[in-house]
Design a protein around this ligand. Sequence first.
Ligand SMILES: [Zn+2]
Length: 250
Amino acid sequence: MLVDVHAHIYKEYFNGDINEIIEKAEKNNVVSIINAGINHETNKEVIELSKKFSILKSSLGLYPLEGIKLEEDQINETINFIDKNRNKIIAIGEVGLDYHYIKNKNKEQKDIFQKIINIAEKLDLPIVVHSRGAESDCVEMLESSKIKKIIMHSFSGNMKLIKRIGDNGWTFSIPTNVVYSTQFQNIVDKTSISQILTETDSPYLSPKKNERNEPSNIVHSIKKISDIKKLEKEEIEKLIFLNFQKIFIK
Ligand SMILES: [Zn+2]
């Protein structure tokens, strides 16, 4: 039983073939896909799609590049929507900080991220964190929070931070480009299998460069993780599914 704990299955990317990619995922033994919103519009879409496809579980968020464009009342509206839909979602995400694409707005980004951390604490939900170029600020803010279930998605930080996250008991969500990315291979190698999850970040981070990614590609990650950990594929699959249950399903 495979899980894709972070994907963006929106009509914008999968226009007309959502049915097909879901069918293909199911055929490849994917049992759960956490579909993550990045703004108010996609948060609404994520909830709607989860009604149609039971394999899709909802995670609502505000991506840093989206949040930074908004006025304060729009940010509050997004957060209120998350609050109101507590019973329909299993995580908060995609959220976090991005100093790679957003320059000179660290304070503004952190203020928004702090609001998101507060709602994740209030709703007692796991948080799926984007931290590109802002890894150490993200880790610091999360360490100051009361959130227990923290998933670092597609983490690009250095070895020292990888170790610190491991020691904190948080989880790494390993994207499908682990098949060629030495960064993610390294994280898998240095981290306990009990702190590893699999994601596609569809339509991004495909195992095959320049192809649109989709949840059925999780099979490639399982194979790679099994090679690195020197454990049977079936064993890796089972252990990652247990991590998924422990974190997202109470
Ligand atoms: Zn993402």
